[in-house]
Ligand binder design. Structure first.
Ligand code: HEC
Ligand code: HEC
Length: 268
C-alpha cells in the first residue's frame, strides 16, 4: 500500500507542476515553475499547497469559502472539523472527519444539505486526496497530515482509486463508469427526454433554450443539485431528481464533470 501511495504522490508532483506552468506562463514567460519534491516524507505544509490547487479544480464548483449555497461553505472547515469529529463519536479526530467527508460523504450529512457530494476516491488518486485533506486543515487551522499518514485513508476506503494506478491493497471501491462529454451527459441521463434545448417546446420540464441568459452558472448548478427546490407547476413537479438519481447521475458526476456540463449548458 505504501508503495502505491508513493507513486501517486509522485504523479501528483508532475500534474501540479504542469498546471502551475499553464497558469503562470503568460506572466512569467521563460521562468520555470518552482520545483517541489513529493513523496511519503512530504510535510503537511507542502501537501496543503498542492491540495489547494486540486481543490480549485475539483471542489469549487460546489463549495464556496463563505457563501452558503447548496453546499456548505468550507472557509473555516479546518476548525469546524474538530467540532464535527466530536459529533461523530469520541474516537474521531478532525482528520478522520475530513477523510470520511471526502470518501464516504453519505455517512454523515451536514444538516440541511442533500446527499449529492460525489465520493472523491472515484475521481482522485490517493496522494491527491491526502493533499486536499491537508489543505482543508489549513482553512481555519493548521495542517498536521503528513505523507506517511495513510492508515486513515484505508479505514475510510479512500485508499484505492478505481481505475487508478495499482488498485491492489486498498479496500475495493465500487467501479464507477466515468461520464462522457457534456452532450453525452445530456442524453445519457435523460435530460433530452424532459427538456428541449433548441426549441420553445415544453416537455415534462421547461425548455432550456437560452438558459445561459436566464440563469447564471451557480443557478444552473443549483437546479441540478437540488432540482425540486423550485417546483414547476402541475403533476410533473418534482420528477427530475428521481429521474436523474435513478440513473446514478449524482454518484457518477465528479466536480470537474459538473463544471464542464454547466459551462456547456450555460453557452446555450
Ligand atoms: C456536487 C457538489 C459537490 C462537490 C463537487 C464537492 N462537494 Fe463537498 N459537499 C457537498 C454537499 C452537498 C455537502 C453537504 C452534505 C454532506 O455532508 O455530504 C458537502 C460536504 C462537504 C464537507 C463537510 C462540510 C462540513 O461542514 O462538515 C467537506 C469537508 C467537503 N464537502 C469537502 C469537499 C471537497 C474537498 C471537495 C473536492 C475534492 C468536495 N467537497 C466536492 C457537495 C459537493
Ligand atoms: C423526468 C423529467 C426530467 C428529467 C429527466 C430532467 N429534468 Fe430538469 N426539470 C424537470 C422539471 C419538471 C423541472 C421543473 C422543476 C421541478 O419541478 O423539479 C426541471 C427543471 C430543470 C432546470 C431548471 C429550469 C428553470 O427554468 O428553472 C434545469 C436547469 C434542468 N431541469 C436541467 C436538467 C438537466 C441538465 C437534466 C439531465 C441531467 C434534467 N434536467 C433532467 C424535469 C426533468
Amino acid at each position: 500500500m505504501k508503495n502505491i501511495l508513493n507513486i501517486a504522490l509522485f504523479t501528483l508532483l508532475v500534474s501540479v507542476a504542469y498546471t502551475g506552468v499553464a497558469q503562470i506562463l503568460p506572466q512569467l514567460e521563460g521562468k520555470a515553475p518552482p520545483k517541489v519534491e513529493f513523496g511519503a516524507n512530504t510535510s503537511p505544509e507542502d501537501l496543503a499547497v498542492a491540495g489547494g490547487e486540486i481543490f480549485e479544480t475539483n471542489c469549487t464548483q460546489c463549495h464556496a469559502m463563505s457563501e452558503d449555497g447548496r453546499c456548505p461553505p468550507l472557509g473555516n472547515i479546518g476548525a469546524l472539523a474538530h467540532d464535527r469529529a466530536r459529533e461523530r463519536g469520541n474516537s474521531f479526530t478532525d482528520v478522520d472527519y475530513l477523510v470520511e467527508a471526502m470518501c464516504k460523504p453519505g455517512d454523515y450529512l451536514v444538516e440541511g444539505y442533500g446527499n449529492i457530494m460525489p465520493a472523491q476516491q472515484r475521481s482522485m488518486k490517493p496522494g491527491q486526496l491526502q493533499a486536499v485533506v491537508a489543505y482543508l486543515q489549513t482553512l481555519g487551522g493548521d495542517a498536521t497530515l503528513a505523507g506517511t499518514d495513510t492508515e486513515v485513508f484505508e479505514r475510510f476506503d479512500c485508499g484505492a482509486a478505481s481505475g487508478g494506478d495499482g488498485g491492489g491493497g486498498g479496500a475495493a471501491v465500487a467501479e464507477v463508469k466515468p461520464v462522457g462529454e457534456p452532450s453525452e451527459v445530456w442524453t445519457e441521463f435523460g435530460c433530452d427526454g424532459c427538456h428541449a434545448l433548441d426549441t420553445d417546446e415544453a416537455k415534462t420540464g421547461p425548455t432550456l433554450k437560452g438558459i445561459g441568459s436566464r440563469m447564471d452558472k451557480w443557478e444552473i448548478l443549483d437546479a441540478l443539485l437540488n432540482p425540486d427546490a423550485v417546483i414547476a407547476e402541475g403533476d410533473d413537479a418534482g420528477v427530475m431528481e428521481g429521474a436523474i438519481a435513478s440513473r446514478d447521475f449524482y454518484s457518477r458526476m465528479s466536480g470537474k464533470d459538473y463544471k464542464a456540463f454547466v459551462d456547456w449548458l450555460s453557452a446555450k
